[in-house]
Design a binder for this molecule. Sequence first.
Ligand SMILES: *Cc1c(COP(=O)(O)O)cnc(C)c1O
Length: 369
Amino acid sequence: MGIPLLDLKAQYVSLKDELDAVWSEVMSGAGFIGGPKVRALEEAIAGYCGTQYAVACGNGTDALFLILAAMGIGKGDEVITTPFTFFATVEAIAHLGATPVFVDIEPGTYNLDVGKLEVAITGATKAILPVHIFGQCVDMDPLLAIAKSHGLRVVEDACQAIGATYKGRCAGSLADAAAFSFFPSKNLGCAGDGGCITTDDEGLALKARKLAAHGTTKKYFHDTFGANSRLDALQAAILLAKLPHLDEWNGQRRAAAAVYDQLLAGVAGLSLPEVRPYGEPVYHLYVVKSEKAENVMAALSAAGIGTALYYPLALHEQEVFTKQPGYVAPSLPVAESCDARTFALPCFPGITREQIECVAGVVKEAMAS
Ligand SMILES: *Cc1c(COP(=O)(O)O)cnc(C)c1O
């Protein structure tokens, strides 16, 4: 019996009639780019996150890029971020000509260690880009206090954290602006690529919207260079149909995580994800850490159970940086200690207790051998 890392087919089957109906509605209307579905989704996302504005765009990477561009970040600027994230976070910074500056993470949550943030600030620092990794919010209050005292902008990479809370507020509403991804495997995923920006800053929302549309607000008249980053109506329609189920799905992920926590507690040499008391995570991934990762993953694969390293190599050690002449990799021991040791166990909405017991059994046996 196989257990996938994520079961998207089951999710489709559970909503098939509704999704097929909205899909055919958009096809019949033949309005594919922008339009009322996209506007409705923007309103729904802003409402869900508790922000004034939401701007849909092509994907999560673009959402980050458009926010930083709208903030005027570019050549010579430094943006502080985490080395333990999907590569897109730093790509957005690098494509603007700015320099990512890496600060180490906390063991346990794998989130940026806010206690190590302030020493990384220089005269060139313009922004801080925390990533709510695996669906748990970064400790934002102390981070925002540091940003404020140095006059820095703060952008949340909330791509893995839609629905997560911090002191009762939603990820995406905690800083100057936030980026979401609707990539199919995210907690709220569409049937292709999609993304969104949330913010309370009207000027930033307008600028980002303009940049996403070739830098124009008046068709065929341009006063700046932008990009082509649109969400199409089919994706918006699917996301509108799925959004009302998101809290329930996130609840099921939390319930699955709680079962793993219980079944795997006390296994020697295996670190379970730590949850901070300031908020509720949404377990985009349930990631454990062990020196025996390779053996445990092999045992899981042999049993037909999906697993993968998140992430196999920290970003400050990636070739794209190390091959640059004069690059001196910072020493970030906690992030480096995760290389090839942190891996995900199946934790998706609808996973059954039996499936979780099966996964935990294989993990325990492999850890003991
Ligand atoms: C998925 C993801 C992105 C990029 O989103 P895309 O929609 O794939 O461009 C950025 N940051 C993080 C942390 C992500 O998980």
